[in-house]
Design a protein. Sequence first.
Length: 312
Amino acid sequence: MGILRSFVKTIGQIVVVVIVVTFLTQILMRQIPGDIGVILAPFASNEQRDAIREEIGVNDNVFVQYGRWVGTVFDGSFGKRYTGAQSYIEVGPEIRKALPNTLALILYSQLIALALAIPLGVWSAYRAGRMPDKVVSGLGFGFLAFPNFALALVLIYFFGVKLKWLPTQHASGDVTPKEMVLPALSLAMGQLAVYMRLLRSDLVSTLQQDFISMAKAKGLQPSRILWRHALRPSSLTLLTAAGLQTGALIGGTLVVEVIFGIPGIGLLIINAIGKRQIIELQSLVAVVAIVFVLINFSVDALYRVLDPRIRR
């Protein structure tokens, strides 16, 4: 019964977050200067522009507009992207085509970051204060200070232009794993520095606890103490950071997808902003909000696995 109540409460929180984010987005989009009919259909007649304004509901109040948009979410169309006076594309199919690419890019970058950060963090904590720890920490701060887009350009130059090992632009059709390598690395290196530093700090504190001293007194191997006894309680902060950094990754994909030509949600958002597609942008923001909240919900669920005390 408690699990069901917690699940219903979480779903309610997701709904509230999505409503607030999309409603605020609509209010902000209403402040865009200019005639939306002229923007969306610059070569149309006045009658055709009036029809577009009526369909969007420019003259309606914000609540009526929002209710109209919610209806498009429930019917799966997610509104329209206007391409002319009497032509449009439904946003729903575009989202369903782009979302897997963005999720794959986020997943690959997180896997790369965690796969490198965990061993480096453990190794750095075990040698805290020594030269290897200082070198790893210095490199971590360097990657943290390096913007995603700048690192992307460096990777393109070395691995794409000079060495010609990896493609630098998506060609056509489905995105291949090889085309994801450079974008994922561009996003992962900044996350790597954050995760490594957090894990190192927590491990240094954990290694001073009484149960670690007891494990050492029993004669357990240092590797066993680090990986089986110290890592698990020290990973809660890392898990929290991984969930919260997803928001930063979603923001980073906006630029990285444009640089590498990856047809994902970020590229759709950039195009929607440039063309002032109000309805499309609102739908894309809703998708981003849902993804962000669901990922953090998954992180909360993993807490119960990593720390049995939280189950109570």
